[in-house]
Design a protein. Structure first.
Lengths: 117, 114
């Protein structure tokens, strides 16, 4: 299957700082990438949908100024958590979806564990 | 919007027995239904998927069935092994019209005891 990488795998930061997470599709072009947040023993909560060259579409209740998403190329999307606070601590996972004709399958990155002190 | 319900939330089975997880969805326009397996601290891994023009799909010990009329789909794992222990998520999507956005179920913790 297709491979999606995510960096960093783990980050600890101080409250008030910003953290950038990268998501890359390594062997395919991803027309769409998704960012999820997952709390312990919970399901994946979609935060936003990111299409290459377009502004991200955020889910209801997700602050777009807090979680900045950039999808500058067909293989890279970034999520920046701005002015992070302890309540932003979570497991963030990206996924990438191939374009037509294999338009449905999403491949997930390994996730980033963010801890805000 | 789409709502996906998944049952049971936990499932304990003896090694060698079968496991069945059931999901229902609300949006009749959904046409793609993947299943993901997630081990603790790891990424979700796609294990099988089915599209709305197919009623059943099988891959070795894993099978998925879809009933479009009733809007439910199920995952069947036969001859379970300890390595099948994980959290399993079902999902539903309207495909390209919604950019392939997935709505996930709440997950099922499967424990296979030797």
């Amino acid at each position: 299957g297709a491979v999606v990488s995510q960096h960093p795998s783990r980050v600890i930061c101080k409250s008030g700082t910003s953290v950038k997470i990268e998501c890359r599709s390594l062997d395919f072009q991803a027309t769409t990438m998704f960012w999820y947040r997952q709390f312990p023993k919970k399901s994946l909560m979609l935060m936003a949908t990111s299409n290459e060259g377009s502004k991200a579409t955020y889910e209801q209740g997700v602050e777009k100024d807090k979680f900045l998403i950039n999808h500058a190329s067909l293989t890279l999307s970034t999520l920046t958590v701005t002015s992070a606070h302890p309540e932003d601590s979570s497991f963030y996972i990206c996924s990438a979806r191939e374009g037509y004709p294999v338009a449905d399958t999403q491949y997930f990155g390994p996730g980033t564990r963010l801890t805000v002190l | 919007g789409e709502n996906v319900e998944q049952h049971p939330s936990t499932l304990s089975v003896q090694e060698g027995d079968s496991a069945v997880i059931k999901c229902t969805y609300s949006d009749s326009a959904s046409n793609y239904f993947p299943w993901y397996k997630q081990e603790l601290g790891k990424r979700p891994q796609l294990i099988i998927d089915i599209r709305s023009n197919v009623g059943e799909k099988k891959d070795q010990r894993i099978a998925v069935t879809l009933n479009k009329t009733a809007k439910h789909f199920s995952l069947h794992i036969t001859e379970t092994q300890p390595e099948d222990s994980a959290v399993y998520f079902c999902a539903a999507s309207r495909g390209r019209v919604s950019w392939g956005k997935l709505q996930f179920g709440a997950g099922t913790q499967v424990v296979v005891t030797p």
